[in-house]
Design a protein around this ligand. Sequence first.
Ligand SMILES: NC(=O)c1ccc[n+]([C@@H]2O[C@H](COP(=O)([O-])OP(=O)(O)OC[C@H]3O[C@@H](n4cnc5c(N)ncnc54)[C@H](OP(=O)(O)O)[C@@H]3O)[C@@H](O)[C@H]2O)c1
Length: 309
Amino acid sequence: MIKVKLMNRRFFLKTLFVSSIISPFLYSKDEIRNELLLKKIPASGEYISSIGMGTWLTFDIGYNTKELKKRAEILNIFFNSGGQMIDSSPMYGTSERIIGKSLSLINNQQKLFSATKVWTPNKWHGVKQLENSKKYWKLKKFDLLQVHNLVNYEEHLETLMKLKKKRLLKYIGVTTSHGSRHSKLELIMKKYDLDFVQFTYNIVDREAENFLLPLARERNIAVIANRPFQGGRLFNSVKNKKLPSIAYDLGIKNWADYFLKFITGHPNITCAIPATSQIEHMQENMQALYGRFPSERERKILKQKFLKI
Ligand SMILES: NC(=O)c1ccc[n+]([C@@H]2O[C@H](COP(=O)([O-])OP(=O)(O)OC[C@H]3O[C@@H](n4cnc5c(N)ncnc54)[C@H](OP(=O)(O)O)[C@@H]3O)[C@@H](O)[C@H]2O)c1
C-alpha cells in the first residue's frame, strides 16, 4: 500500500497511473478506494469521499472580497485532496452564495457532491428556497436535498420525492443536530424511504450509536456526521497535548485527523462534514481522507485515550 500524505489530487492520481504502468496489478479499483477512504452510499452503490465540508458560519462572510478569495482557496485544497460533499442550508446566511462564487473561482470541482437543505415551515416557500439555492450555487440540480432540522418534514419530503422521481434530484434526506429529536428522527427513518440522514456524531457525542446508527444500517440509509469537532470545542482540551501513541500506529497526523478518523471509522457513517474558515485547518482536516480506517477495537482506544486527557 502506498503512503499518501496531503498532496495534489492530480499528482496523486498521476502517481497511481504511473505506478500501475510499472506494475499493472499493483492497484485494484478497491485499493484506490481504500487509499482515498471512500464510503458507499447504500441506496445507490455510489462511492463518495468520507470527508466532506460544512459551511455554517465559516462561509457566511457577507460580501468581503478578501475573505471570498480565502474560501475559494479552501475549496481548492478540499477538491485537490479528494473532497466531494459540501453541505449548506438557506439558514446559513450568505454561505450558499459564497459557495457558488468560490466554485466559479476554481476549476477542480468536477467531483462536487452538492448537499443543501429546505428550511421553512411553508411548503411553497420550500420550492422557492430550492430555486434560490440552485441560483446561488450556480447548479442545475443538487445531489442531495435535506429537510433541515425536520421542519415541516411531511410536506417537504413530498416535494423532494416528486423531484427525485422526475430525476431532478439524486438523493433526499433529513437532518437534526446537537442530539435533539432523535426519537422523532427514528420514526421518520422507519416511515420514509430516505437516502441520507444527518445528525451529530463525534468522539464525545455518541448517543447515535445506541439506535440511530444501527437503524441506518438496517434501512440502508447513508449517514452524515455533523459537528464532528463539537463546533470546535474538542480542540480546547487537546491544546499543546501530544497525540497518543495509537495515533502514530494508525498514521494519524494531527488532532483533527484523530477526531475525524474516529467518526469515519464507524462502519455505518458515510461522511463527516467538518467546517473551517482557515486554509491550514482544511489541510489538516483532509489528512483524514488518507491512510486507513481504524478498526472497532482501535476506535475504542482512540476514544479512551482522548477521554483520559
Ligand atoms: N441541523 C443541521 O442540519 C446542522 C446542524 C449543525 C451543523 N450542521 C452542518 O455540519 C457542519 C459542521 O458542524 P459545525 O460547523 O457546527 O462544527 P464543527 O465542524 O464540529 O466545528 C467547526 C469549528 O471547528 C474549527 N476547526 C475546524 N478545523 C479545525 C482544525 N483543523 N483545527 C482547529 N480548529 C478547527 C473551526 O474553526 P476555524 O474556522 O478557525 O477552522 C470551527 O470553529 C456545519 O458547518 C453544517 O454544514 C448541520
